[in-house]
Design a protein around this ligand. Structure first.
Ligand SMILES: [Fe+2]
Ligand SMILES: [Fe+2]
Length: 225
């Protein structure tokens, strides 16, 4: 089931295509296969992902796609993968938004602009998610820290950030993958942005990650707009 879902998400209208060639390239198919294998072999990841699938209708496809983009990005920095392990990277990508299970749906899926207090509440999902995933730390070291850092461009003023450079770097890559996925997919309230527009926005938000952004844009993104 998950194989078909991931494949569909990358080939259907409004979702980022595997780029530049329509369809899945062999290296990207390998990434998809490794993600599918982890879900099949890890009852914990499968169980947590099923909660997202059941309860967070927008975030399930987003989570699958973000996992692909994040894993692809980290493969370009093999020392990161060696240090933390492939399994941790895939599990963190799939489950990065699991803290949204604690957010009120009325606010999470509210059409239109959120109020200041609502934004502050939604921001908490990275902290809640990191706490929920602590029980997986033995199997997936640093998953909790990486998930906490996935909105590191919007830090909390009252929670200490990690001082581990490995966790911070992985968090930065997850943050970039997460935002590119969100920009280049359609949502109830917006169309999918073009690769060009996504690139402009991401370069403004992540000026130190232009190379990584170019890499993502060259491989994934909405080519139709
Ligand atoms: Fe998030
Ligand atoms: Fe996300």
């Amino acid at each position: 089931m998950i194989r078909r879902e991931i494949t569909d998400l990358f080939t259907n209208n409004g979702c980022p295509n595997f780029s530049p060639i329509k369809g899945i390239r062999s290296d990207q198919e390998r990434i998809v296969n490794e993600i599918i294998n982890l879900v099949n072999e890890s009852p914990e990841v499968a169980e947590e992902l099923a909660k997202i699938r059941t309860n967070l209708r927008w975030d399930y496809p987003h989570s699958l796609r973000t996992a692909v983009l994040f894993y692809d990005l980290t493969e370009q920095e093999p020392e990161l993968l060696d240090a933390v392990g492939t399994e941790t990277v895939i599990a963190a990508g799939l489950l990065h938004d699991i803290g949204k299970l604690w957010m009120p749906k009325k606010i999470l899926y509210k059409p239109g602009k959120l109020k200041e207090q609502e934004i502050e509440l939604i921001k908490l999902h990275s902290l809640y998610g990191s706490m929920m995933l602590r029980y997986l730390e033995d199997k997936y070291p640093d998953i909790s820290g990486i998930v906490f850092e996935h909105h590191q461009d919007q830090p909390f003023s009252y929670v200490h950030r990690s001082d581990d450079p490995l966790v911070l770097r992985l968090g930065a890559l997850l943050c970039l993958a997460d935002q590119h996925e969100a920009l280049s997919s359609s949502r109830s309230y917006k169309v999918a942005f073009s690769q060009e527009l996504s690139k402009q926005i991401l370069n403004g938000r992540f000026p130190a990650m232009v190379k990584e952004t170019d890499y993502l844009i060259s491989r994934y993104g909405n080519e139709k707009n």
